[in-house]
Design a protein around this ligand. Sequence first.
Ligand code: ATP
Ligand code: MG
Length: 734
Amino acid sequence: MEIQYVIINFLILVLILVIAGRKTVKRIFGTRRERVIRELDEALEIQSRPFPEFSEPVPEISEDFPEEIIGERTAAEKKLAAIYAFQEREQREIHRLMTEKTKSELMKSFSLGVKELFSKEPYYSKIREKEERIVDSILSQIKLTPGDMAYLKHHDVLYVTLMSAFPLDEKLVEKVDNATKELLATVNGKTSLWVREDPEFIGGLRLRIGDTVYDGTVSEELYHFGRRLNREPLTSDDTVKEITEDFLKTAKNFQPAINVYQLGRVLTVSDGICWMDGLADIMYGEVIEFERGERGMILDIQPDRIGCVIFGEFEHIESGTKVRRIGRIASVPVGNALLGRVVNAIGNPIDGEGHLFTNERRPIEVSAPAILDRAPVNSPLLTGIKAIDAMVPIGKGQRELIIGDRQTGKTAIAIDTIINQKGKNTVCIYVAIGQKESLISEIKETLENHGAMEYTTIISAPASESAALQYIAPFSGTAMAEYFMYEGKDVLIVYDDLSKHAVAYRELSLLLHRPSGREAYPGDIFYLHSRLLERSAHLSDKLGGGSLTALPIIETLAGDISAYIPTNVISITDGQIFLDSELFHEGQRPAINVGLSVSRVGGSAQYKLMKQVSSSLRTNLAQYRELQDFTQFGTDIDDVTKRTLDSGKRLMATLKQGRYQPLDSWKQSLILFAVSENLTGEADLEEKDYENGLFGFFIKEKKELTDILIKGDRLSDETKEAVREAVKEYTGRC
Ligand code: ATP
Ligand code: MG
């Protein structure tokens, strides 16, 4: 009985649970299901939504609109233009992805097609008939390389492998055996011949002596076809058709051209560093290619193994992966096509704006111009920043270091200098090493907004990239810059920053098991930076008179300029702009510490006018800083001290300058003249109203004087007096 009750109770409980709980369960899962469905619908809708169309015409601006409204409209217009540009970029990116996909798909279907072609008559017999010719052609080319000779010093036998797509005629094998034996007999060595078949070759055959391969196979032709395809932009379907038809024709009439190259094999890979053997005659700095097309650069050659860095992804590389020499040292594309672009350290565009239309390349490492190829530094590279152009002037062809703690405005100075080159016929290269990607895109946007991107190239090796790419980025940037320099142009290159470059090189060196030296940096770090910066130069007229000015940036820790890397780079460069974090936090921006900043050659390149007005600035400022420290605690100050302090304060206020506000040289000279001659009265120099008004006054009302100032020559006493009077007149009006 009791059991019956228990069962009935249990059933009632289950019934209640089912009736009451169903609703809750349904509610919980129901709402979730609804949400998922809603989200799916939304996602689908976004996918199918076309690019927003801007059918509305851009509003016309009428002349008689009040100024604020015109301002607003232009901002709206700008936004619209930015959206248009963005759309275009998006579409180009999609186009790029599509062509790349078609390229790899083309290659795949191609290989299959060609394989099928050669398995059928008449092509099968045709290619088999050619085998003897291929053998003859290979045998006429074989020779021993210096690498083989070195190998034979320690071993008696050199391995020779003959590989073909189909089983070979015995006579042919014998011919090869005799020929290689003969070759080795000349140096008292022996051979050991292996014969192998591999259908992957599709047709033809290949001979490997030591590490050198003489390749007369169809698959080798396909490999070269793939490389050509990758190089050429597929601008339209016609190009695709043209290239493929072209190849098919060659494939059908296959005339084996013997390609000679050397092979190696990966031993170990870790952290972007790869050790290999083989590649007998490899050279330092040479580029090698792995099976799937990844590239690397040789950085270490030892008797039994070769070390290289891998550019980019390396997850498909493992021990046993084949490596081949491609017969060139590391180089990057150069030319006008690079202006306005963002590229990575190996020169591949990463801004989604499509193919780089240039065929020219330059090696990333070349020796610097010799002494006789150089001319003295004699013309100024204007930064537009008062404190620099007046007190630490930079000349074209000079190397001026920007050094300071983190967040002291180092990058800001470099970017302002690039912006100031607008209309000055100077090409700018900005190399970002180990920076955040967001910062790099911000810089690109800033440069675009100031119209500076059209003469600038950004080389981006952000912190997220491998140490290898960060290591070669400044060298690549310099190669791109040198192209313009040897064309006779003026070039400015910014390395932002070399401290991170040193860290990347340290990482590589430690991974390559090189002994570490001071502060764990490898011993050759000084040589690394000096050979990089030595490439900046002002070329002699015979070489076109171009120049390459370098602004390397170094980050210090707690203002310690006597650390290893800062001292190295200070001693390599021709001067430094020292940024002081204390000044920066006091609100003095740019926070240039005049006492510690110097330019060793720039003075001879300064405009005469600027030299005249700024000659006493340095000493005045030094005096001011000293007195300021001294009088900090006392209140009794005599008149002379007070005057020095006041004029120092005015000077410091004048030297404050916001970002993106570069000033023309004559304007800088004028305001510095006014301040140093104490003509500014009670004006607040920190607010730039006084100085902007002064420039306007000169342009409008003192045209003749302005023209003289613009010339930049030294002022005669008379003109000086006239300028003095004019400034006084303006001050009187304020
Ligand atoms: P990091 O060490 O992170 O590379 P940095 O030394 O390159 O920093 P910046 O990024 O150039 O410094 O500048 C730091 C901050 O100071 C930025 O927010 C920048 O806007 C501001 N700044 C730099 N120069 C000026 C200036 N002249 N006027 C006003 N603000 C400035
Ligand atoms: Mg910076």
